[in-house]
Design a protein around this ligand. Structure first.
Ligand code: ZN
Length: 475
């Protein structure tokens, strides 16, 4: 028997044993798009083989997904910053609607923020309430952050043991009374505890005193709102996090970085070995202060969307690795809050709904800037998975979860807010033409069905990767 035939038969035998085989000309493996076949068994990727094109090598039975010419296969996205708001503010968003939106956008794992739900996730009991609300209602996998609030030191280790991925705190008013901010000294004491436990602290970094000192006018003019959340407030708060991380050795992460002015200081801290990382969000990478129309409070968020030159700085920060990852900060609210005050930026709720749109929003802008899709996917899947220690997620690799998305990167669509899966039809991207259409999303090897919730509730897998280990620099 010719050697090639024997090889083809062996491969065919091997692929027979899979539950499903994905085959495509562009499969994202090892940081590059290659022609490949991916065999899935028991919800995990069991084999990856080069695509031969020879029919003899193909499995006769079993389910097979052949990608179309315009489609690519990518790992499902991992969105580490989502406000689900259930229970307690379920009328804002909920586990079913949020995770349907995630799946429709190619996101297969979300981590839920500890606030806006009632109770906030600041104790083991509250985590149990949250998990009970989510159980059986999620369409993608869901993990949970814990919260650090004043007086909450004693809850940190029990929550860590209960499986939260780390702890969030605010250094400025959070917008909801049941989740107050902590002072810098309390944050540092908590970081000492988290360093010993091998957990991490994620921080909304705006300085309360500098925000209080800034002007806070009412009105429809976006420039006035922007002036109320100055860059200096972000920079000062980030500096205090860096200093505390340096002194305690705790792993720290800056949420939703908006100001490019903070990048040099973050880069210096990392170079000096301080265990600190940062994320930014689609809205800071795409929207600009110059383009926010008067009264367009769908674009209100804190920290705010800043000027076009600042947006360029954030892209540079991503490209050079100072910013590690992109997360949505999906934070929806009903129209009665999001559009409160008839366009008065001081009255409207701050938060941007974008969970379903993150990938096309970022990809459309990245492509315009000559950035490859491989990097975009790493910022939104591999890098967040690594940062939070989700070793089973974030790449197409043997042994990993078969969480996958089929994307048509060149296909365009116009956003219709009313057609999105999240609860309220409000998003600043309404009416935008974007490129990149998610054709299908697979969780543990099975296509997500919007009527059958098959997501699982996740516990922390292991210690988070720290900055400077090189894991984030391979894209
Ligand atoms: Zn948030």
């Amino acid at each position: 028997m010719p050697r090639a035939d024997a090889g083809a038969r062996r491969r065919a035998d091997a692929f027979e044993a899979f539950d499903v085989v994905f085959a495509g000309e562009r499969v994202l493996v090892g940081g590059a798009f290659v022609a490949a076949e991916v065999g899935v068994r028991g919800g995990r990727i069991a084999a990856i083989a080069p695509r031969s094109g020879a029919d003899a090598a193909r499995p006769a039975g079993g389910h097979r997904v052949d990608l179309a010419r315009d489609e690519v296969l990518i790992p499902g996205l991992v969105d580490t910053h989502v406000h689900v708001n259930e229970p307690g503010r379920t009328e804002w968003e909920g586990f079913a609607s949020a995770t349907r939106a995630a799946a429709a956008g190619g996101v297969t794992t979300i981590l839920d923020m500890p606030l806006n739900s009632i109770p906030p996730t600041v104790s083991v009991d509250a985590l149990a309430v949250k998990r009970a609300a989510a159980d059986g209602r999620v369409f993608v996998d869901v993990g949970f952050w814990g919260g650090l609030v004043p007086g909450g030191q004693g809850d940190l280790l029990p929550l860590h043991e209960a499986g939260v991925f780390g702890f969030k705190c605010f250094l400025v008013d959070s917008g909801v009374p049941e989740f107050p901010p902590v002072a810098a000294d309390e944050m540092e004491r908590a970081m000492a505890v988290l360093a010993d436990a091998g957990s991490m602290l994620i921080v909304h970094a705006e300085d309360a005193a500098l925000i209080a000192a800034a002007p806070n006018p009412h009105g429809r003019d976006y420039a006035d709102f922007l002036a109320s959340r100055p860059r200096e407030a972000e920079q000062a708060a980030i500096r205090s996090v860096i200093d505390a991380a340096r002194r305690t050795g705790a792993s720290a992460h800056i949420l939703h970085l908006s100001s490019g002015d903070a990048l040099p200081e973050l880069a210096r801290a990392r170079a000096a070995g301080v265990p600190i990382t940062a994320e930014t969000c689609p809205h800071y990478l795409v929207l600009t202060a110059e383009d926010v129309a008067p009264g367009a409070t769908s674009a209100k968020c804190c920290p705010p969307i800043r000027e076009a030159a600042n947006r360029d700085a954030l892209w540079t920060g991503l490209a050079d690795g100072t910013i590690d990852l992109i997360a949505s900060d999906h934070s929806p609210a009903p129209a009665s809050l999001k559009l409160a005050g008839g366009g008065d930026f001081a009255e409207a709720w701050g938060g941007i709904a974008s969970l379903q749109l993150g990938l096309p929003v970022v990809w459309t802008e990245a492509r315009r800037r000559g950035i490859r899709l491989e990097r975009v996917v790493d910022w939104m899947s591999g890098a967040p998975a690594r940062r939070v220690g989700l070793a089973s997620k974030g790449s197409i690799e043997v042994g990993r979860a078969a969480d996958l998305a089929i994307l048509a990167p060149d296909e365009t669509f116009v956003v219709d807010a009313a057609a999105l899966e999240h609860r309220h039809p409000i998003t600043p991207y309404d009416g935008r033409e974007l490129c990149g259409v998610v054709h299908a999303t697979y969780l543990a090897g099975r296509r997500v069905d919007r009527d059958v919730p098959r997501g699982r509730l996740l516990r922390r897998e292991g210690p988070p990767a720290e900055s400077g280990d090189g894991a984030g620099d391979d894209a």
